[in-house]
Write a protein that binds this ligand. Structure first.
Ligand code: HEC
Ligand code: HEC
Length: 215
């Protein structure tokens, strides 16, 4: 119940899904994260610690997590549960990436939580939208509303373990969906692969353009 209240307070736009516990963190870590997020003092301390630790990450993920590199995901405003979960996946080898795997292995649970709470607290800044035709956006929207919305929400903000995808780089979305589709790329999610396998290359291009343009 507390989590529901905190979720609403931090992300007023997400509501319909707040009753679903979509976090995939193990209990101990989920409780730690919740304790930090719901205690204003602990939250501020975590944000300070995370901001400092993120100075290094900024080389790739941008200042404030607003990456400007199209192949590197934006982290600003991302859901904290999702961030902790993904950093854990890199550390355990469940998700693999040349740089992130070794980097994540050096972080303690407290570091991961501080970084996640920090990035979640940052405001996603609009990058110049890639141009897309009305037709592309309309097809992407239709597909999004029928297939993706139940998990990623009406505005792409996700919830806990379901990633925020609104405003994410188009190239990164295409890369990620294609990998889920093909079962390649050092990352597995049964939920996402089941969905991505139903998508054609054109669907993926349309969806990436639509999602990238969501605010
Ligand atoms: C040298 C570049 C580089 C640095 C430095 C770096 N990252 Fe990354 N990071 C990446 C790339 C590239 C990806 C995407 C990997 C993929 O495609 O799966 C990524 C992915 C991630 C993701 C997954 C995001 C998502 O949307 O799924 C998280 C979380 C993350 N990084 C956190 C961090 C943190 C925290 C730091 C600092 C401790 C950091 N990164 C430093 C390049 C970097
Ligand atoms: C059944 C729930 C569900 C549905 C439906 C769903 N997703 Fe996901 N999505 C997830 C989960 C869970 C993850 C995190 C996967 C992981 O752990 O790697 C995810 C991750 C993603 C990511 C990666 C985010 C990042 O930052 O790396 C993208 C992009 C994405 N989804 C796009 C979509 C699109 C587009 C659709 C519709 C075609 C869709 N998803 C439908 C549950 C879902």
């Amino acid at each position: 119940m507390l989590m529901v209240v905190a979720g609403v307070a931090l992300a007023p736009a997400v509501s319909a899904q707040d009753h679903l516990d979509t976090s995939r963190l193990e209990k101990k870590v989920a409780q730690k994260l919740k304790a930090v997020r719901t205690d204003p003092k602990a939250r501020q301390a975590a944000i300070r610690k995370g901001r400092e630790a993120a100075l290094f990450c900024a080389h790739c993920h941008g200042r404030d997590g607003n990456s400007t590199k199209p192949e590197i995901p934006r982290l600003a405003g991302q859901n904290a549960d999702y961030l902790v979960d993904q950093i854990q996946r890199f550390a355990s080898g469940k998700r693999q990436d040349y740089i992130m795997t070794s980097l994540a292995g050096t972080l303690s649970d407290d570091d991961k939580i501080a970084l996640a709470v920090y990035y979640a607290s940052e405001t996603p800044r609009r990058v110049a939208a890639d141009p897309a035709s009305e037709n592309t956006l309309a097809r992407g929207r239709e597909k999004y509303l029928t297939v993706c919305m139940p998990c990623h929400g009406p505005h792409g903000k996700g919830n806990k373990g379901y990633a925020r995808i609104a405003g994410q780089h188009e190239r990164y979305i295409i890369h990620t969906l294609t990998n889920f589709h093909n079962g390649t790329g050092g990352r597995t999610s049964e939920q996402m692969s089941a969905v991505a396998r139903t998508l054609s290359d054109d669907d993926i291009t349309d969806l990436a353009a639509y999602v990238h343009n969501l605010e």
